[in-house]
Design a binder for this molecule. Structure first.
Ligand SMILES: CC(C)(COP(=O)(O)OP(=O)(O)OC[C@H]1O[C@@H](n2cnc3c(N)ncnc32)[C@H](O)[C@@H]1OP(=O)(O)O)[C@@H](O)C(=O)NCCC(=O)NCCS
Length: 165
């Protein structure tokens, strides 16, 4: 793990080819590929993806996107936060600290983080210091978001229960 670091991934055909090895390869990747083919985005544009290379192999990746304060419904005081999704470490490299390396990188921005965990990964997120957000039907619908709070930030108080009014 010594010289390994998390880096921002550029959108180019090489990166998109590497993404095919990840389980969560879907619409986001296909639309980036289409945009690249149609020249709607430039080769080597910055992407919301971050990853870890070992030699020529991309072995871990995640998407990180900064959400603006005016759309924040999770934190107190309201502020910009990071949405993290598609965190995935390739099977041969799991359990070696790369997942933690990625999450620590996301935390290093010192902004609150929101993610929606995949099944069976709850234990990992708990270890990383994430907690369940209080469920808010209108905001969360089918999601079960987890949040991470940097120092000085709190979770936004739940809306009053209408039955109590
Ligand atoms: C979940 C995942 C991202 C974790 O990454 P990883 O590199 O395997 O995890 P790490 O080696 O960094 O583990 C860090 C700590 O979390 C623990 N941990 C890892 N996966 C865990 C799990 N599923 N349940 C409970 N604890 C877990 C490790 O034991 C380790 O603990 P330690 O510090 O006490 O030794 C990775 O296994 C993965 O990609 N899984 C498949 C896809 C997935 O489920 N993604 C979830 C994100 S939506």
């Amino acid at each position: 793990m010594n010289k390994v670091k998390v880096e921002n991934l550029l959108i180019n055909f090489k990166t998109l080819e590497k993404f095919k090895r990840f389980r969560e390869y879907g619409n986001q990747e296909l639309s980036m590929l289409e945009d690249l083919q149609n020249n709607l985005i430039e080769n080597n544009s910055e992407s919301p993806f971050y990853g870890v290379y070992i030699g020529e192999n991309l072995i871990a990746r995640m998407s990180l996107y900064r959400i603006k304060e005016k759309y924040d419904n999770y934190f107190d005081p309201p502020q910009d936060y990071l949405a993290l999704w598609k965190l995935e470490v390739l099977p041969d490299y799991q359990g070696k600290g790369y997942g933690k390396l990625m999450v620590d990188y996301a935390k290093s921005f010192n902004l609150p983080i929101k993610t929606s965990p995949r099944i069976n990964s709850q234990g990992f997120w708990e270890k990383m210091g994430f907690q369940k957000a209080q469920y808010d039907l209108e905001r969360d619908l089918g999601e079960n978001p987890l949040i991470w709070l940097p120092q000085g930030v709190q979770e936004k108080a739940a809306l009053p229960n209408h039955d109590d009014e």
